[in-house]
Design a protein around this ligand. Sequence first.
Ligand SMILES: Cc1cc2nc3c(=O)[nH]c(=O)nc-3n(C[C@H](O)[C@H](O)[C@H](O)COP(=O)(O)OP(=O)(O)OC[C@H]3O[C@@H](n4cnc5c(N)ncnc54)[C@H](O)[C@@H]3O)c2cc1C
Length: 403
Amino acid sequence: MPGAIVVGGGIAGCLTAVALRRLGWDVEVAEARPADADELGSFLTLQSNGLAAMRALGVLDVVLPLGFPTPVMDLWSASGRRLGSMPLGPPLDDGSPARTVRRGDLYRVLREAAVTAGARVTTGRRCTGVVETGARVVVTFADGSTAAADLVVGADGVRSAVRPAVSGRNPGARYLPLLNLGGFSAGVAPDLAAPPGRMQMMFGRRAFFGWATAPDGATWWFANVPRRVEPAPGELAAVPSAVWRAELAALLADDSGPAARIVAATPGDLGAWATYDLPRVPVWRGRRTVLVGDAVHAASPSSGQGAAMAAEDALALARCLRDVPDEALAVYEGLRRRRVERVVAAGRRTSSSKAAGPLGRAVRDAVMPHVLRRIGPDGGLGWVFAHRNDWEEPVAADAVPRR
Ligand SMILES: Cc1cc2nc3c(=O)[nH]c(=O)nc-3n(C[C@H](O)[C@H](O)[C@H](O)COP(=O)(O)OP(=O)(O)OC[C@H]3O[C@@H](n4cnc5c(N)ncnc54)[C@H](O)[C@@H]3O)c2cc1C
């Protein structure tokens, strides 16, 4: 039985482990964070192409009980003018629409799914290097231990340790000049609640604000705040939540809508993250090493596609290993590269539109309603949402042009 070490136990890593177990591989998932690490903050929306890939991998039934449906996004200007609406992809054929879930819950159920599928998930195991040695590939960990396998999958996120090991030509992540803050209000006055199933997005004067109201009445929100200079490691975590609250109150004060009051109604800690992307990674694979998820194509959170792309990668890689084992890594790259680079580019454009200056804002607010009407109900993203592959669907060796 071939064996794989999957470096990183996030979305891409756990789903790759599930997929490789379906092929009968022996799989270890090596996750850097300790088992009792704090829940990873905030939430994310799983759009329909991501749910479809999860269904193909057999994990949709553990994901659907999480969070709540958010099939539609409404867009607002800072003055309270509705700019338009957009579905977050068509529902699956069983009727399941896009879903907004807590990030920590999603990681938990996917890790459980990997264990249930028969993978060994080890925690506190940080990869520091990967070396291919003939028929094996050897992973070194921070505690000095090593492990060998037939294949190493680098699923270790945007700051991947596997990416530079695959090639010294591979770049580090690119900072996007936008901070991401988020929280969960314990419940807000009914007049502040978003309509059920509708993610609300406001292009504020000084910050972008998104919110949705969960069935229990809590409002889940995030804010994007322009920040030109990349924060130093640990800098954001050291800022007390009271300081973020005060900063957001000032930034949102002149905008119409409930943003400032939702932030004020949020107890406890607020999470803050810098945002990054990876527009193009020249080398995705060695002979026995391959990258998946954010490690190879991190997209701005504004794309709303990072988790979905990770699920699509896991599915594509496993189908290639099954159907074209001698050329699996090359065919996988060929199947995925163009699509994910387009998604990253689209995410970058969305991210920039959130940090527009006064003139850019005026143009955007005037033009967006017409553009949304002209490009149709999918907001021009039909190609993103429509992507579907079944587990059974065979991959042909000549399915894609090889580099
Ligand atoms: C604020 C925010 C909002 C977002 N919103 C959305 C959204 O609405 N929709 C969406 O689809 N996506 C969203 N994303 C993106 C999405 O979270 C990522 O694209 C997704 O998590 C990628 O999964 P991954 O498994 O590749 O990486 P990750 O989820 O980052 O997992 C990587 C794992 O590898 C581990 N690791 C790191 N280094 C090592 C190492 N050296 N050794 C071992 N393990 C290691 C990490 O601890 C982590 O568990 C958002 C991201 C952010 C930051």
